[in-house]
Write a new protein. Structure first.
Length: 196
């Protein structure tokens, strides 16, 4: 295909035209060449480059069609040949996530903070929808509070070397905090409506 010449290396079946020498790589990448000795490589007896053995019968794979415009990082010229379509972006969270992909590189903190914000907005929307339904979220059981009490959670936390002990103090704030803030805002709104 003609596309194959203008595409990022990971999506092309053939080898790169020029490989950097070991000295160039060692100068550029600290620690490069640690596995040059075949005895250090578990895959050595079977290791080989044989494109015909891979089962790939293409130079560039057939591209998946885009049913709608997909977000992609600004570092990449094109989407990968295959990508997920199960959770299309939607609503306010979709707008936030699209902004993260359109404006910021994946190496920027702003990119990831916008994605986290989009996730939080989406979660808040799901919680609001659950309250509008006949089966709202059960905050007590879904946060694991009953299990924590029934399975002697506080004792186990103090007696074990659990890795999550370092952030145990902040868990109630992160889990209950948004609900408390939402409840306070809701009460203030109700009082404001009653006052009118």
């Amino acid at each position: 295909m003609s596309d194959a010449k203008n595409v990022n290396r990971p999506y092309v079946a053939d080898k790169p035209a020029r490989r950097p020498s070991s000295d160039e790589l060692r100068a550029r990448i600290p620690g490069w060449g640690a596995d040059l000795d075949p005895a250090d490589r578990p895959s050595y007896p079977r290791e080989r480059f044989d494109p015909a053995a891979s089962g790939a019968h293409w130079d560039f794979p057939v591209r998946q069609e885009e049913p709608y415009a997909r977000e992609r990082s600004i570092e990449h010229g094109i989407l990968p040949p295959v990508f997920g379509t199960a959770q299309p972006l939607h609503g306010v969270s979709g707008i936030i996530r699209r902004a993260a992909y359109a404006k910021y590189s994946e190496g920027r903190l702003a990119h990831w903070l916008l994605l986290v914000l989009g996730d939080r907005v989406d979660a808040f929307g799901a919680h609001v929808k659950s309250f509008a339904s006949l089966r709202p979220d059960d905050l007590v059981t879904e946060t694991g509070l009953l299990t924590e009490v029934a399975q002697h959670g506080p004792t186990q936390r103090l007696e074990s070397n659990r890795t999550d002990n370092s952030h145990t103090w902040i868990d109630p704030i992160l889990i209950a905090g948004p609900w408390v803030v939402t409840g306070i805002i809701g009460l203030r709104l109700l009082r404001g409506l009653r006052g009118r």
